[in-house]
Design a protein around this ligand. Sequence first.
Ligand code: 5GP
Ligand code: MN
Length: 339
Amino acid sequence: MNTQDITNIKHLLSTPKKIVIVPHKNPDGDAIGSTLGLYHYLIKSNHHVQVITPNDYPSFLKWIPGEQNILKHDSQTKACERLIDDADLIFTLDFNALHRSGNMETVLAASSAIKIMIDHHQAPDDYAKYVFSDVSMSSTCEMVYHFIDMLGDLDTIDTPIATCLYVGIMTDTGSFRFPSTTSKTHRIIADLIDKGANKTEIHNNIYDVNSFNSLQLLGCALTNLRVIPESKAAYITLSQEELNRYDYKKGDTEGIVNYGLSLENVVLAAIFIEDRQEGIIKISLRSSGNFSVNEMSRAHFEGGGHTNAAGGKSSLSLTDTVEKFISILPSYNKALNNE
Ligand code: 5GP
Ligand code: MN
C-alpha cells in the first residue's frame, strides 16, 4: 500500500460510507479480532459498518466487544447480501483469495463496492482495488494497527479496539512465541495494554474455557498421535465418531495440532479431522524452521496459509488421507531432516 493509496483511502473515509467487513470462513481469533477492531475504529467516524462472517465461530470468541452485532452469511443470507449489494466499501480481512470466504465468494465478486484487502497470507489474489498485504506480519490485527497508524489515527484506539487487536495478535502468535513475533509486535502489544486491553482477562477468556468433553477429546487426539521419525513428522486423527463421542463443538480442536510439533525431533505436525457433513477431511499443518507447510498444502491438500501454519482439505476417506500424507513424506525427507 503506497502513500497515494493511503491518501485515496483517507479521502474515501472522510465522509460517512456504507461499509461491510468480511473475514475468512471458519473465522479464528485473528479474523474476528481484526474485523471487530476495524469495525470499532470505523464507527467512531460515523460510517455505517457491518461485520459479516461466512459462518459461525467458536464460543471462546463470543465475548469480544461488538461480537453480538456480527451477522452470519450462512444463517442470515438475505440480510447479508442486501448489505453487500448496497455497500460503498468492502474490507476483506485475514484472507488472500475470495474463495476463502466460502459461499460469500459469488456475492463479493459481483459487488461493485470498492474492495480493500488487509492480510498476511502468502500469494494474495488481486480482486481488491487496495491491497495491504504483508506476509512478514504476525497477524491481520497487527496490520489493522498499522493501517490505523497510516491514517494518522492511533489516538483513536480505545479499550474496545485495543481488546480486539490484542486477541488476534495473541492467538496468531501462539501467545507471542512464533517467529513472526517481533520487537515491534511487542511494542504494539504494550501500546494496546496502555490503551486498555486487559491481558489477563483476554487470555482467560480465550484459553481457560475448556469443557470436560473438550479435554476428553484432547485426550483422545493424543492417544491417536503417531510419529514418523525418519521424516521428523507427527500426525493426529479425529474421526467423526470420536468427535460425536465427546460432543464436539466448533473450536474444540483448535490448537491440538501443536501437540505434535511440541515433540522432540519433530518439525512437521498434522491433524486430520473428519467432517461427514461437508464430506471432507479438514487438515491443519504446522512446522518449525524453514519447512513450508504452505507449499505442502498447496501441492497436495488444496489449501495454503503461511510457512509454519497452513490448512487444507481432502475428499478421500480419513484412512486414505493419512495414507496419502505418509506416502508423500519421503519426497520431503531431505528438507525435513535439514531442519
Ligand atoms: P488452520 O490450520 O488453523 O485452519 O489454518 C492455519 C493457517 O492457514 C491460517 O492462517 C488459515 O487462515 C490458513 N488456511 C487454513 N485453511 C486454508 C485453506 O484451505 N486455504 C488457504 N489458502 N489457507 C488456509
Ligand atoms: Mn491471521
